[in-house]
Design a protein around this ligand. Structure first.
Ligand SMILES: Cc1cc2nc3c(=O)[nH]c(=O)nc-3n(C[C@H](O)[C@H](O)[C@H](O)COP(=O)(O)OP(=O)(O)OC[C@H]3O[C@@H](n4cnc5c(N)ncnc54)[C@H](O)[C@@H]3O)c2cc1C
Length: 294
């Protein structure tokens, strides 16, 4: 199906894009177009104006400064997947980006578009939840800190396909703490065979003192409208020597944290996804601790 007719404007700066958004109540931002265009072709989105932010340089790039990794919203998955900075600062994100879709999706799709679209099956919301990321959102007033607000990942995703982004706001970047040497992180997913979207995904960051886990940050997604933290598992792992037995026992507790809103569809029932959460979580912790495939 073709989309309904729309006007197209290319914004040269963040402030121009925000001005265009403010002046046109049913306008939509387009970044890589990999989620917006399918929605428009299905006529689930009918913007009268599409504002292309693809040429705005200030929204691109990866920096590491003072223990913080910052990724511009317009950075593509391919750029993240091939960045040595991301590899050493947040290897979990580097690896997750490599597993997104196919080369076309990774070359066009952006981290900003991925999280703004907030598809429950996306990988990055789950990874960014475990990484305690923060989202920098720009309102009118240019790309200075004064015109922006910062939203923590726990407040950013508000429901399936909905976020804390306001009508005339643009996500400019995402920040997260650089992983310490004694922190190991992994993302494991059961991927949809056609698209690679997550049927179930689990992201873990474990802080180790020798073989003992001193803290864990764990999120699961794909099976719930927004990623959920797994405090039952985090608490069960903390203070434990991580062995096959302790990891397996802790991962099984994830069912306590999933809530009742589990997604099911023709690919995988809710019941199946619920059962697979512990499997993917265990897989991720095994990889993080070097116990996988041993
Ligand atoms: C075949 C296929 C397979 C895929 N597989 C996976 C997968 O395995 N894992 C995965 O995680 N994802 C997957 N995706 C999604 C992909 O990762 C894209 O990142 C995602 O589609 C959106 O990014 P985009 O840059 O194309 O955004 P767009 O489609 O341009 O925009 C998406 C939405 O975000 C808004 N938006 C975009 N940028 C901003 C911004 N800076 N500020 C505010 N709002 C903004 C737009 O207005 C729109 O509503 C897949 C997509 C396709 C088509």
């Amino acid at each position: 199906m073709f989309s309904t007719e729309f006007e197209y404007k290319k914004a040269g700066s963040v402030s121009e894009a925000i001005q265009l958004l403010s002046d046109n109540s049913d306008a939509k931002i387009i970044a890589g177009g990999h989620s917006l265009l399918p929605l428009m072709k299905l006529r689930l989105a009918r913007p009268s104006l599409v504002i292309d932010i693809g040429g705005i340089e200030e929204l691109k790039g990866i920096t590491v400064e003072k223990g913080t990794l910052r990724i511009g919203a317009l950075t593509t998955h391919a750029e993240i997947a091939s960045s040595s900075e991301v590899q050493s600062a947040a290897g979990i994100l580097w690896e997750a980006a490599q597993g997104i879709g196919d080369p076309q999706v990774r070359n066009r799709g952006t981290i900003g578009g991925n999280v703004a679209h907030a598809d429950p099956a996306s990988d990055l919301p789950t990874v960014l939840t475990a990484m305690n990321a923060e989202f920098i959102i720009q309102r009118a007033g240019g790309i200075t800190r004064s015109g922006s607000r910062t939203v923590s990942v726990g407040d950013f995703f508000t429901g399936a396909f909905t976020t804390a982004l306001g009508e005339n706001e643009i996500l400019t970047g995402i920040e997260m703490p650089v992983l310490a040497e004694n922190q190991h992180a992994e993302y494991a997913k059961m991927a949809h065979p056609a698209t690679s979207f997550a049927i179930v995904g689990a992201a873990v960051v474990v802080t180790m003192d020798g073989q003992t886990c001193t803290a864990a940050s764990i999120a699961v997604g794909g099976l719930t409208p927004i990623p959920v933290r797994a405090p039952s598992v985090e608490q069960a792992l903390a203070g434990q020597e991580l062995t096959e037995e302790t990891i397996t026992a802790a991962a099984g507790l994830v069912v306590n944290d999933l809530g009742s809103d589990i997604l099911g569809d023709i690919f995988a029932s809710a019941e199946y996804r619920r059962a697979m959460a512990a499997v993917e979580l265990k897989h991720a912790v095994f990889h993080a601790t070097g116990l996988a495939h041993g």
